[in-house]
Design a protein around this ligand. Structure first.
Ligand code: TMP
Length: 253
């Protein structure tokens, strides 16, 4: 069997060259990291759950006309995506205060924000993904003004969509992070939602109990991360028939 070409290995995913030009295979690992990889663990089944959950959100976004890089899920751990040039920004949308905004501005976690707040961080692990302003983005040429207008509109559409989907299953979308890529089509470029959307990149709280169902469970040592992600998958109706068990791969259609 021919060995496929690894393009990039990140903290939670590995990217391989896809079967056709312009495609990439995204492999979801079980690795969990936090605090810029200072904390690391391997959590059996996390990759399977994130693969399925990210597929679910990307397909849903596609259905409401928000373009994404997603093409199709290949198996339990892999999905085929369109190759794109990632804009070096983490785009964060916050509906309630939590995490770094609470620390930075002294707002109690759980406080509803007056409106969704969009923040940008420069994607650079060595620098710890620092918060930047549109001034930095424009001056350093990371994105054009047109890109920024499109990014803001995409981020808010994703927020509306995800907030509604989660609300319907009793989950509050506190905040999330997305990444956006450029796809070139002839003389034109299109922006698409890229990377992944999963409980690794969102804060999700049960509406009634406030229970955390996202990566804060790992960051803050609050219990089983797979239990939390499985609960999200179960509520959304995408839980694999046989929950991921160590050493027992399950085929999912
Ligand atoms: P923060 O409160 O730590 O800035 O995180 C805001 C949101 O972004 C939260 O949903 C977690 C997500 N996030 C990532 O996806 N990757 C990261 O590296 C960080 C720091 C946060």
């Amino acid at each position: 069997m021919a060995r496929r070409k690894k393009i990039y290995e990140g903290k939670a995913k590995t990217l391989y060259e896809g079967p056709e030009p312009g495609t990439i295979v995204q492999y979801f690992k079980d690795d969990a990291t936090a605090f810029n990889a200072e904390k690391h663990d391997v959590i059996e089944g996390k990759g399977v759950l994130n693969n399925i959950l990210s597929e679910f959100f990307m397909l849903g976004l596609g259905q409401i006309g928000v373009p994404t890089h997603f093409l199709k899920r290949l198996n339990m751990r892999e999905q085929l995506v369109r190759s794109c040039e990632i804009i070096p920004l983490e785009i964060i949308v916050r509906n309630y205060a939590a995490g770094s905004i609470s620390k930075r501005l002294g707002i109690d976690e759980g406080t509803q924000l007056p409106r969704p707040i969009v923040e940008y961080c420069y994607k650079d692990d060595a620098l710890g993904d620092p918060l930047v302003t549109e001034e930095h983005i424009a001056a350093f040429g990371w994105a054009s003004q047109q890109d920024m207008d499109d990014i803001l509109s995409l981020a808010l559409r994703v927020n509306d969509f995800l907030s509604g989907v989660f609300l319907a299953v009793g989950i509050r979308l506190v905040d999330f992070k997305i990444e956006i890529g450029r796809i070139y089509e002839g003389d034109f470029q299109r922006l698409v939602i890229a990377d992944e959307i999963s409980p690794d990149s969102c804060r999700l709280w049960d509406i009634n109990t406030g229970q955390k169902l996202d990566k804060d469970v790992f960051r803050r040592d609050l219990g089983s991360l797979t239990d939390a992600y499985s609960e999200v998958a179960r509520r959304l109706g995408v839980m694999p028939n046989n929950p991921p068990a160590p050493g027992k791969p399950t085929l999912v259609n």
